[in-house]
Design a binder for this molecule. Structure first.
Ligand SMILES: C[S@@+](CC[C@H](N)C(=O)[O-])C[C@H]1O[C@@H](n2cnc3c(N)ncnc32)[C@H](O)[C@@H]1O
Length: 311
C-alpha cells in the first residue's frame, strides 16, 4: 500500500475527543454512591407531586381521632342536616309520584282522543295535587283576554258568554271571579268537560259539542263567544280538510254568537283570520300582543282579534 493512502486513512479516523482525557466514573452508574441521576421529565414530576398530595391527605385523615359518642349524636341530631335530607327525600318521592308528562303531537291535535288523553292526565293531576293545568298562551295573554272582555262587555249580569273549546275551564274561572254570571263552556273532548266540571263545579253549564259538526242544535245562542286556541287546534288537521273545517267552524260561530267573538290564535295572522271570518264577521278591534323581530322583520307570536257578527 502506498504511504499516501495510509496517511489519508489515519487522518480520516482522527477524532479530537479521543484525545481529551475524561474522568472515569468508578463502579455502577445506576446504583451506588457514584450513580448518575437521570433528569426527570415534566410529566414524571407532576405525577410525583400528585402522589405526594394523596399521601398528605391520607396522613391528615389518619391523624384525626375517631368521633366520640357525643360528636356522633350531634351529627345524628343536627337539625340543618336533617332538614336538608328530608327535603331531598321529599323531592325524590314527589318526582317518583308525578306521572309522566304527556306531550301532544302536533299532527294529532285535531283528534279528540289526543285531547281526551291530555285532559285525563290533567284530571289526575288536579285530583292529586290540585294542579290547575295548562294555560294556553300563558298567564299574560289570559289576563289580556279577561281585561278585554271586561272593557267591552259591560253588562255582567245579563250577558251570555260561550267559551269555545273550554279545555280545563280556566277562562270561565277567571270570568266568574270578575263577576260574569251567565257562562257556558263547550268542548268536543268529554274528558275536558269532566275536568272543567271538577275544577269549577258550581252551576256553570258545560256541554260536549263539536264546533265543526253540521248539527249543533243542542247548543244555545250567546251574546259573546271566546276562542283561545280552539280554531288553531281545529285547523291542525290535514291540509285537504282545512278549508271545510274552517268554514264549518265559522258557520257554527255565526249560528250561535249574536254579538262579539274574542279570538286568540298563535297559528294564523291578522289578515288570514280576517279572510276566514269575512263576510260573516267584521273586525271590531285588535288587542295588542307582544311582538318579536326575526330577520329584520317584525311579527307577533299571538294574534288577538275581536270580531263583530254581521247580520
Ligand atoms: C289549545 S286548547 C285551548 C283550550 C282552552 N281554550 C284554553 O285556552 O285553555 C284547544 C281546545 O279545543 C278543543 N277542541 C278542538 N277541536 C274542537 C272541536 N272541533 N270542537 C270543540 N272543541 C274542540 C280541544 O279539546 C281543546 O280543549
Amino acid at each position: 500500500m502506498r504511504l499516501s493512502i495510509v496517511l489519508l486513512k489515519q487522518v480520516s479516523q482522527f477524532r479530537l475527543t479521543n484525545y481529551i482525557p475524561t474522568r472515569r466514573i468508578p463502579g455502577n452508574v445506576l446504583l451506588g454512591k457514584h450513580r448518575v441521576r437521570r433528569t426527570l421529565s415534566e410529566s414524571e414530576k407532576l405525577d410525583m407531586q400528585r402522589r405526594i398530595e394523596i399521601e398528605l391527605e391520607n396522613m391528615a385523615h389518619l391523624s384525626r381521632p375517631y368521633l366520640t359518642e357525643e360528636e356522633d349524636n350531634l351529627y345524628e341530631n343536627d337539625p340543618i342536616r336533617k332538614e336538608r335530607e328530608e327535603k331531598a327525600l321529599a323531592l325524590k318521592r314527589r318526582q317518583e309520584e308525578i306521572p309522566e308528562h304527556i306531550y301532544l303531537k302536533r299532527d294529532l291535535l285535531d283528534r279528540v282522543s289526543c285531547w281526551d288523553t291530555l285532559y285525563e292526565g290533567e284530571l289526575n293531576n288536579f285530583n292529586e295535587f290540585g294542579d290547575e293545568g295548562e294555560i294556553w298562551f300563558g298567564k299574560y295573554i289570559l289576563t289580556k283576554l279577561v281585561d278585554a272582555v271586561c272593557r267591552l262587555v259591560i253588562d255582567k249580569e245579563t250577558t251570555t258568554i260561550l267559551d269555545i273549546g273550554t279545555g280545563n275551564g280556566h277562562v270561565i274561572q277567571r270570568l266568574l271571579s270578575r263577576g260574569y254570571v251567565h257562562l257556558t263552556g263547550i268542548d268536543y273532548s268529554e274528558k275536558s268537560i269532566e275536568l272543567a266540571r271538577t275544577q269549577i263545579g258550581s252551576n256553570i253549564q258545560f256541554q260536549v259539542i263539536d264546533m265543526t259538526a253540521s248539527d249543533t242544535s243542542l247548543l244555545d245562542h250567546f251574546d259573546i263567544g271566546i276562542d283561545k286556541g280552539t280554531l288553531d287546534a281545529i285547523l291542525l288537521c290535514s291540509s285537504d280538510q282545512r278549508k271545510a273545517k274552517r268554514e264549518a267552524y265559522v258557520a257554527t260561530v255565526h249560528r250561535h254568537i249574536k254579538n262579539l267573538l274574542f279570538l286568540i290564535s298563535c297559528n294564523w295572522t291578522r289578515n288570514e283570520l280576517l279572510e276566514f271570518f269575512q263576510p260573516k264577521f267584521s273586525l271590531e278591534c285588535e288587542i295588542e300582543t307582544p311582538t318579536m323581530s326575526f330577520g329584520g322583520r317584525q311579527g307577533k307570536t299571538v294574534t288577538f282579534l275581536v270580531f263583530k257578527r254581521n247580520d
